[in-house]
Design a protein around this ligand. Structure first.
Ligand SMILES: O=C1O[C@H](COP(=O)(O)O)[C@@H](O)[C@H](O)[C@H]1O
Length: 456
């Protein structure tokens, strides 16, 4: 297990809300050793103490249930270095700091929790750092800003890692959500839905990631991205791959990646003529956000009016694609993939629409929404469809980022996306994005806190 971690982008939202709380959780449950050494690096000109205070505050906010002893243990092992992706010396310095006074002996994990446009300069800078064999470089999503950019980035990542015995890790935290692997079990040989897992039984499969959160101060990052690059290209197409794949050849991680890649390869490419009929894009206007308990929360202005947003760019906060999978198993099934922000309900999961009565399943596996529809919640324990949509992990379960970090530090690949999967997923969304960019599909508006644009 790697015990030296450099967290680039350590003062950002992802680090503060997910990565640092997850590290504290892993220290708290004994998954990570107490001698874990973490160097946080970001653009602020801070010292170690200022960074520790910042992290302590994030842990109070986002890891209140993790024992205080684990907070203390994480804080004690934290150091901070200023980092500028355009200045390779700052990256090299952060890596040297994590090695400590004995120099580069133990492998290091470097986690790029950064905006996508900074991945390439950071990787080039990492090429100059001393990363011992066995080290890992983990890159967050969106992996690339488009197909060509993703291919160039992948090439760069391979060049920086392969020759030095360092491994690359393309993070997708949905793969670490507690119930995502359970979906695989449900449809696997011997699973309760195995016999009904095809187009003869399922007329439609919805893969949904509906958020009640707006952009909450992340507009500057998000405006260059949008719902398709932020969530559909990665998280939702990964779930589609797990749903649509044929059973992997064996139980190995490689066989799983191969099966997912084959499923993505089978997704029918949308032609420019298909895109207007099979996709929708929208952004939220003024309204009232929904609070985590499902009640009306704060009033917000429209996305286009927020600081950091260029309204002319037409960035979508809601994207929906209707896809077909060209394989004998899935003839006649429509796959709907959708992400939206500032919606009235929060849920992440898979809705299975059967042609006839849905099979009987254990309520722990799926919710029965109607005679013909089952809902599998992905983020947290199964909940009754009548219950408020909250995303909590069952006590004692790892959070999604807890699983990601465990994988990154221990060498697993289940929460990582292969180079082929990443490319194939870009090939699915690229035709959509180019028709959207040319104005071929209207940008609809929906009120914040509503169910999304009309005719959803
Ligand atoms: O990956 C992402 O996830 C968050 C939502 O995560 P949640 O688990 O809190 O629902 C989303 O807001 C963000 O845009 C996206 O990049």
């Amino acid at each position: 297990m790697i015990t030296r971690l450099v967290l680039l982008g350590a003062t950002g939202d992802l680090a503060g809300r997910f990565l640092l709380p997850a590290l504290a959780g892993l220290l708290g449950d004994g998954t990570l050793p107490d001698d874990l050494r973490v160097v946080g690096a970001a653009q602020q000109d801070w010292d170690d103490e200022t960074f520790r205070e910042h992290v302590a505050e994030r842990l109070r906010q986002y890891a209140p249930d993790v024992p205080q002893s684990a907070h203390r243990s994480l804080l004690a092992g934290l150091q901070y270095r200023r980092f500028d992706p355009q200045d390779p010396a700052t990256v090299v310095h952060a890596v040297e700091t994590v090695h400590g006074p004995d120099g580069p002996r133990a492998p290091v994990a470097v986690y790029l929790a950064l905006p996508p446009r900074t991945f390439a300069p950071t990787l080039r800078a990492l090429a100059q750092a001393d990363l011992p064999e066995g080290s890992r470089i983990a890159v967050e999503k969106p992996f690339g800003e488009g197909l060509d950019d993703a291919l160039a980035l992948d090439d760069l990542l391979t060049r920086v890692t392969d020759a030095r015995g360092v491994s690359a890790y393309r993070v997708d935290h949905i793969l670490g959500m507690p119930r995502v692997q359970d979906v695989v079990a449900l449809r696997s040989p011997g699973g309760p839905l195995e016999a009904a897992w095809d187009g003869a039984h399922l007329r439609q499969v919805d893969i949904l990631w509906d958020e009640t959160l707006g952009l909450a101060g992340r507009e500057r990052f998000y405006d260059g991205v949008g719902a398709v690059k932020d969530v559909v290209q990665n998280h939702l197409l990964q779930v589609l791959a797990l749903v649509a794949m044929e059973p992997p050849a064996d139980g190995s991680e490689q066989a799983l990646h191969d099966a997912k890649a084959q499923a993505l390869r089978s997704v029918r490419t949308l032609t420019p003529d298909d895109v207007p009929a099979r996709t929708r894009r929208a952004r939220y206007g003024a309204g009232t956000l929904t609070a985590p308990d499902g009640t009306p929360g704060t009033a917000v202005g429209g996305y286009a009016q927020q600081d950091g947003v260029d309204p002319a760019r037409g960035t979508e906060t809601y994207g929906e694609l209707l896809l077909e999978v060209d394989s004998p198993r899935w003839a006649g099934t429509t796959f709907v993939v959708r992400n939206g922000k500032a919606l009235g309900t929060s849920r992440k999961g898979v809705a299975l629409h059967f042609r006839g009565t849905a099979p009987q399943v254990d309520p722990a596996d799926a919710d029965r929404v109607s005679d013909t529809e089952l809902w599998i919640e992905l983020d947290g324990p199964q909940r009754s469809s009548a219950a408020p949509a909250v995303h909590v992990n069952a006590p004692g379960e790892l959070s999604a980022y807890g699983r990601v970090l465990t994988d990154v530090l221990s060498g697993g690949t289940r929460t990582s996306v292969s180079s082929a999967e990443s490319e194939l997923a870009w090939r699915i969304v690229e035709p959509v994005l180019s028709v959207w960019a040319a104005g071929g599909v209207p940008l609809l508006e929906y009120a914040a806190g509503s169910a999304g644009p009309a005719q959803s």
